[in-house]
Design a binder for this molecule. Structure first.
Ligand SMILES: [Zn+2]
Length: 262
């Protein structure tokens, strides 16, 4: 599930310092509290201005085509690995599948799925077969992708290598106007758009996990200028030769990826 944050409600405290009202604060009486809360709000504003995007959630009635949409904000996007890994294990000879990649996970993320049970349609006024789909509504300046390596249902960590591009991750094709499902189209894609939209992102940081479900260690790779650095606790080293990019994208255990919009 996407990580959600909403702006905190301002607090009003009485003379004993207790919350009296949920809507205002007597700032002048509590300068320290004011400073702390102002810093808190500023931090949230900075985080939201960088990381916040929105997802469009659509329910599509397969009988009449009525869509019901809902928008929800995200600060990061969690991509499932378990279904793709299971599918590959079931069809090991399927060479068309290519690498298990971030792009594969994103394509699966925006894929419409038919719900198991019929859902009430306000237009048909009955329960009808329904598809559900998530697509991207708006894209953030900094895209944070979380690879779900910890499979709680099976109590195991997914150690499979997941490839990801260092440059030019195109998020445009996952926008609603390009890939939103329609009853009238058997395949996704808006024919009114001549070419696939390109909104490119470049990698500038990763968090990698080494270990298993019960114990492990996190290491980060960060790009500064044209060079990549590996940060392991207090130890900072060059990630590899020739800038380290090749080493970083081949590094095992990528868990969180940070991309900056061009
Ligand atoms: Zn309907």
């Amino acid at each position: 599930m996407p990580l959600m944050l909403s702006r905190p409600t301002r607090l009003k405290w009485n003379q004993q310092g207790r919350v009296r009202d949920r809507h205002t604060v007597d700032w002048n009486s509590y300068p320290l509290s004011r400073s702390i809360l102002t810093l808190f709000f500023l931090t949230i504003d900075v985080v939201k201005s960088l990381f916040e995007g929105s997802l469009s959630s659509v329910l599509l009635c397969e009988e009449c085509g009525t869509k019901r949409k809902r928008t929800e904000e995200f600060l990061n996007v969690s991509l499932s690995l378990s279904e793709e890994v299971a599918r590959r294990q079931s069809f090991p000879g399927d060479t068309k599948s290519g690498d298990l990649s971030v792009e594969t996970c994103l394509e699966r993320f925006v894929l419409p799925e038919k719900l198991g049970d019929p859902v009430d349609c306000p237009n048909c006024r009955k329960k009808t077969p329904t598809q559900k789909q998530h697509t991207f509504g708006t894209l953030p300046k900094v895209l944070c992708l979380h690879l779900k390596r910890f499979d709680a249902a099976q109590n195991k960590k997914i150690d499979d290598y997941v490839s990801f591009p260092a440059r030019g991750l195109n998020m445009g094709k996952y926008l609603a106007q390009w890939c939103e499902v329609s009853r009238l189209r058997s395949t996704m894609g808006d024919e009114s758009l001549d070419t696939e939209p390109h909104i490119n992102y470049d990698l500038f940081g990763t968090v990698n996990h080494v270990g298993n479900m019960s114990s492990g260690h996190y290491v980060t790779n960060v790009k500064v200028g044209s060079k990549w650095y590996k940060i392991n606790d207090a130890h900072v080293t060059l990630a590899g030769g020739d800038g380290g990019e090749e080493t970083v994208v081949k590094d095992a255990g990528a868990y969180i990826l940070f991309y900056a919009r061009r």
